[in-house]
Ligand binder design. Structure first.
Ligand SMILES: [Zn+2]
Length: 369
């Protein structure tokens, strides 16, 4: 089964770490769309030679890789699978697998905790959406999440033909027909409400030919209506629907991201509820003040972490100033993302955006100050 990624999965992963600051976790991401069969072997050899000096870590690395290799040899990938993410650590008895319907870049990372950034990005970039295709007597309802098209429901109404039967007046016939169509729409609307009310679905598209889609839109309850991002004209039997809808959704998400960066800028100008730059943002994330964290997609900052004290900072420090333990080198942005996941903070990954770059590549809209 392909994984439908949820924030809760990532939250769970963000809470896992090696309290001894040992690089005992392996995170593996594989692009299954065009699988590079040599990738894992290559990274394995490099990591092994680097770990040679540390017997305990090398031993854990080899055993953990064995768990991963066993999994890979048994599972060739399934229908529709485009990516794979595995997080594992033998000494922590930890093994977690996510077959994905979305493509990821190949990565094999050894660190003190699972490397969740690519996964968090997928959740942000492919938010679930709902899709309704209908005419006056047929409807299909879809939920698309994590690249997986859930074909949830198909309905057909029992609607009297366009041509009246003998003995009935034209007016009466039209009334009955209209009544039957309305009945059908409210029936579909009830299903839509059940399937789309869930918080994970933030965008909805209605599609169909002719007037039906507009009539249908009008009877939807306000909370569903407010999630509609587009109404598109499309033949009921056109099979390009889902990819067309995906395009629209991606464009809408991009627009939302840009709006959020503007909101951040405006709040900063007003000296309002916003932070930016590494230090301020990190502190606000740790205090759970941030409502929406904005991160430049490719941004990394070299820093250190003491997992024992849960302290992170930029720059280079070999030993923790609080407990004296040996620290680990980290990407501070990844650590901010992990903290954010733990505190249920929504994260937005922003592409090349000059405003956010200017603000230090990272910032946040605050819930409170
Ligand atoms: Zn420490």
């Amino acid at each position: 089964m392909l994984t439908v990624l949820k924030d809760t999965d990532i939250k769970g992963l963000s809470e896992v770490y090696d309290s001894e600051n040992r690089g005992s976790f392996i995170s593996l991401y594989l692009n299954m769309d065009s699988l590079d069969t040599k990738f894992v072997g290559r990274r394995k050899n490099i990591c092994k030679s680097v770990l040679k000096e540390d017997k305990e870590l090398l031993d854990n690395f080899e055993k953990t890789m064995q768990m991963i290799d066993d999994y890979l040899s048994k599972h060739g990938g399934e229908k529709g699978q485009k990516g794979l993410a595995i997080f594992a650590s033998k000494i922590h008895n930890f093994f977690s697998v996510y077959p994905l319907g979305l493509p990821v870049e190949n990565l094999l990372i050894v660190d003190t905790s699972p490397y969740i950034r690519p996964l968090a990005r997928l959740v942000d970039e492919y938010e679930a959406f709902g899709l309704v295709l209908l005419d006056s007597q047929r409807a299909k309802i879809y939920v698309v999440s994590s690249g997986k098209v859930g074909y949830k429901k198909k309905k057909a109404a029992d609607i009297i033909n366009k041509h009246k039967k003998g003995g009935m007046s034209q007016a009466r016939f039209q009334r009955l027909r209209k009544g039957a169509i309305n009945h059908f729409f409210s029936d579909v609307s009830e299903d839509v409400e059940k399937l789309f009310s869930n918080d994970d679905i933030v965008r909805i598209i209605i599609a169909g030919s002719g007037n039906a889609k507009l009539m249908f839109k009008n009877i939807l309850p306000p909370d569903i209506k407010s999630k509609i991002v587009d109404i598109i004209d499309m033949d009921f039997d056109d099979d390009g629907l889902v990819s067309k809808a995906e395009e629209i959704i991606l464009a809408d998400e991009k627009e939302t991201r840009e709006k959020n960066v503007s909101r951040l800028r405006d709040e900063i100008l007003r000296h309002g509820l916003a932070v930016h730059g590494l230090k301020e943002t990190r502190e606000a994330v740790e205090k759970g003040q941030i409502e929406l964290l904005l991160v430049n997609k490719g941004y990394k900052i070299r820093g250190w972490i003491c997992e024992k004290c849960q302290v992170v900072d930029s720059g280079v420090k070999d030993t923790c100033p609080y407990c004296g333990s040996r620290t680990s080198e980290v990407d501070v942005i990844e650590e901010i993302i992990e903290f954010a996941e733990r505190t249920d903070t929504k994260i937005e990954f922003v592409g090349d955006n000059p405003i956010l770059d200017e603000l230090g590549g990272v910032g946040g809209l605050l819930r409170f100050k």
